[in-house]
Write a protein that binds this ligand. Structure first.
Ligand SMILES: Nc1ncnc2c1ncn2[C@@H]1O[C@H](COP(=O)(O)OP(=O)(O)OP(=O)(O)O)[C@@H](O)[C@H]1O
Length: 236
C-alpha cells in the first residue's frame, strides 16, 4: 500500500454472460487525486462504477478502504461519496431549483448550498425553468450540480462532460481542480483522452472488460523521456 492509497479495488469482476464480462480489475484510488477511467464503448467503465458505488453486486472481488475491507452497498461507505450517473432522468415538469432542492433535502443539505451549486454549474439564472425546457447540456450540468452538493471526500462521475459545450468543458475542469484543492478525490470516466491528459493525475484504460493500463498520466505519456500522446500510448 503506498502512503496516499485510500481505496483499493481487488479483483473486481462482473460476468453478465460467458462472452460479456468484466474481469479481474485491480487498482487503487488515492486521496486527494483526480483519477480518470477511459476506454472504448462497452469496455466496462460504467459497470465498474456501478460495482464501486454498490449499485451492482460484483461476481467477484473486494474493495478496501485504508486497508480494511468495505462493502460498497453499506450505508457507511455510501456516506463517503457523491455520484453522477452516465444518464440522469429528472421529472420534466419540475424546475432546476426544485430538483436540486429535492436532492438537497434528502441529504439534509442547506438551501445556501443549492444556490452555490446552481451558480457553480451556471444554472442559477434559469433555476425557475422547467427541466423540459433544459437542453441536454443543461441537464448534464444539473446532474453535476447534484453531485457537487454533499460535502464528501469522493466524487464519482460517469462521463460528466457528455453533452457539454466547450465553455462548460473548460468550466468543468476548473470545478474539478477546485474540488481537488479542497482535498477531495474525483474519480471520473471519459472518452476524451485530451481531457485525461489535461486534468487527471492518474488514469486507467479499459478495453473489452480488462484494465489494460493504470498509471500516473505523467508516466503514461513519457516513454523513454519522449512525450507520447495518450491516444498513441493506448492505440498504437
Ligand atoms: N445490465 C447488463 N446486462 C448485460 N450486459 C450488460 C449490462 N450492462 C452492461 N452490459 C454489457 O457489459 C459491457 C460493459 O458495459 P459498460 O456499460 O460497463 O461499458 P462502458 O465502458 O461504460 O461503455 P460506454 O463507453 O459505451 O458507456 C458491454 O458489453 C455491455 O453490453
Amino acid at each position: 500500500m503506498n502512503s496516499k492509497e485510500w481505496i483499493r479495488i481487488e479483483g473486481l469482476a462482473k460476468h453478465y454472460s460467458p462472452t460479456k464480462k468484466i474481469t479481474d480489475i485491480s487498482f487503487s484510488i488515492d486521496k486527494p487525486e483526480i483519477f480518470a477511467l477511459c476506454g472504448g464503448n462497452g469496455a466496462g467503465k460504467s459497470t465498474l462504477i456501478k460495482m464501486l458505488t454498490g449499485i451492482m453486486k460484483p461476481t467477484a472481488g473486494m474493495v478496501f478502504m485504508d486497508g480494511k475491507k468495505v462493502e460498497p452497498q453499506s450505508k457507511s461507505f455510501k456516506k463517503l461519496f457523491s455520484y453522477m450517473p452516465d444518464e440522469m432522468l429528472f421529472p420534466r415538469q419540475l424546475t432546476g431549483l426544485e430538483v436540486l432542492t429535492f436532492f438537497a433535502r434528502l441529504r439534509g443539505i442547506s438551501d445556501e448550498k443549492v444556490t452555490e451549486a446552481l451558480h457553480q454549474v451556471g444554472l442559477f439564472d434559469v433555476r425557475d425553468m422547467q427541466i423540459k425546457q433544459y437542453s441536454k447540456g443543461m441537464q448534464q450540468r444539473l446532474s453535476l450540480a447534484q453531485a457537487l452538493l454533499p460535502d464528501v471526500p469522493l466524487r464519482i462521475l460517469d462521463e460528466p462532460t457528455n453533452g457539454l459545450d466547450p465553455l462548460w468543458v473548460y468550466r468543468f475542469k476548473e470545478i474539478i481542480q477546485e474540488e481537488k484543492r479542497q482535498g477531495r478525490t474525483i474519480f471520473f470516466t471519459t472518452h476524451i483522452l485530451s481531457l485525461v491528459e489535461e486534468l487527471a493525475d492518474r488514469a486507467g484504460f479499459m478495453q473489452e472488460g480488462h484494465l489494460q493500463y493504470c498509471d500516473s498520466v505523467e508516466s503514461l505519456v513519457q516513454k523513454n523521456g519522449v512525450y507520447t500522446p495518450l491516444e498513441k500510448v493506448f492505440f498504437n
